[in-house]
Design a protein around this ligand. Structure first.
Ligand code: SAH
Ligand code: SF4
Length: 417
């Protein structure tokens, strides 16, 4: 298992990653408008035969129904003329990702196995807490990277998710949690502000921490989060959204400028030797380069700190010296930082073990004494394989022969470099 994950080539931001057309073609010929910006919906309506003014007005109405009401059936859009509704339904569709399986953990965590229209599986996870509810969203089916402690990293990258498939996860979660405003469905503009604030809602936060490396699918993640943050869209504040990267340095500045959400960085090690081994993208973008990019991250401040994720691996990265070095590095770059210590979540065939609770406590204390907050994250949803790094679709899990073939391919590619 370990050899197969250590041999994958490390792509840079310009390396090819399969990018589907933003609009996935459907067998029935209709166009799925979920995840498209309002302007693009208007131009599709125009292409279908509406005049410019009509197209713009209808796009505005439809967009409102989709994102403020959660409606996916044109027939329910009561402010659109009765004759217009079947006309729209013949040509367009507001789809949701297909749910293959929904699981519920004993701690309240929920995991959904989803399927794209072209039959690729991916996962999303909802983690309820006393004061918030966090949806963990995937950006890719699989991952090109192969961090050695991560189960998703043992999958081949199948493809990037489209904006519709990314926004679709949030829509599905709201459907499942029953969080669309109810009543008075026949008028626009009748809702009060409080319908759209986070107060009283279960789903309050989004983390791009599911399957995949979001900065290797930059455009689609940006466009999807654009709709999530749009006041006419899902209207979630950028302060409630966090994007986690393994360290795709050349895309970090654009992430701050064009997306503007909170940043989390999968640091996991403080020396070149160890980080090269466990987060192999480090061989391409090294530690110092990564920390400099964090120092330059637009919008980071003491009020909006960068989260450094650190998975606790027994006798690999968990010594007192590692903790002191972590403090030294974060201070050297004057980073407004908080550290999130993640106990390693095991999966079948993993080459590592979790640090002992005493070791994790000692590590956390040293970082705290260095003046940096370092809480230990409680693992959630372990019983349904929903915890950090456990995501991997069932289809992939079954196919041992296929995995061996991928491992051989990756090895050959590495040797050819
Ligand atoms: N690809 C992005 C987003 C994934 S976020 C990234 O790597 O940042 C999920 C977080 O969980 C990352 O910090 C990841 O490194 C961490 N993780 C992966 N596998 C894990 C495991 N088995 N146990 C604990 N954390 C893990
Ligand atoms: Fe990919 Fe993130 Fe897993 Fe690394 S930790 S393999 S970047 S999903």
């Amino acid at each position: 298992m370990t050899t197969q994950t250590s041999s994958m080539p490390i792509p840079g931001h310009i390396d090819p990653v399969p990018v589907p057309r933003p609009i996935t073609e459907r067998e029935d010929g209709r166009i799925d408008i979920l995840g498209l910006p309002k302007k693009q919906i208007a131009s599709l309506f125009e292409d279908a035969g509406l005049d410019k003014k009509q197209a713009k007005l209808r796009a505005k109405q439809v967009y409102h129904w989709i994102y403020h009401r959660g409606v996916s059936d044109f027939e329910a859009m009561t402010d659109i003329a009765k004759t217009m509704r079947p006309w729209l339904a013949e040509r367009f569709v507001i789809a949701r990702p297909e749910i293959v399986e929904a699981q519920h953990s004993s701690d309240g965590t929920r995991k959904w196995l989803l399927r794209t229209a072209d039959k690729h599986d991916y996962e999303m996870v909802f983690i309820p807490d006393a004061d918030r509810g966090t949806l963990c969203v995937s950006s890719q089916v699989g991952c090109t990277l192969n961090c050695r402690f991560c189960h998703t990293g043992t999958m081949r990258l199948v493809r990037n998710l489209t904006p519709g498939e990314i926004v679709g996860q949030v829509m599905l979660a709201r459907d499942a949690l029953g969080e669309w405003p109810k009543g008075r469905m026949d008028e626009l503009g009748d809702e009060s502000e409080s319908d759209y604030t986070a107060d009283g809602r279960l789903l309050t936060n989004i983390v791009m921490m599911g399957m995949g490396e979001p900065l290797y699918n930059f455009d689609n993640v940006r466009d999807a989060l654009g709709i999530v943050m749009d006041g006419d869209g899902l209207a979630l504040s950028k302060r409630r959204i966090t994007l986690s990267t393994s360290g795709v340095v050349p895309m970090m500045e654009r992430c701050g400028q064009e997306i503007g959400v909170n940043l989390a960085v999968s640091l996991h090690a403080v020396s070149k030797e160890v980080r090269d081994e466990i987060v192999p993208i480090n061989r391409k973008y090294g530690l110092e380069e990564l920390l400099q990019a964090c120092a330059d991250y637009p919008g980071a401040s003491n009020a909006r700190r960068i989260t450094f994720e650190y998975v606790m691996l027994r006798e690999k990265n968990d010594s007192d010296e590692d903790a002191h070095e972590l403090v030294r590095l974060l201070k050297k770059y004057k980073l407004p930082a908080k550290v999130n210590l993640i106990p390693f979540n095991p999966w079948p065939g993993a080459a590592y073990e979790c640090s002992t609770p005493e070791r994790i406590r000692a590590f956390s204390d040293i970082v705290f004494e260095g003046g940096i907050s370092a809480p230990v994250r409680t693992p959630r949803g372990r019983d349904i394989d929903a915890a950090c790094g456990q995501l991997k679709t069932a289809a992939e899990k079954k196919s041992r022969a296929e995995l061996d073939r991928i491992a051989a391919e990756k090895q050959a590619q590495l040797e050819a470099e």
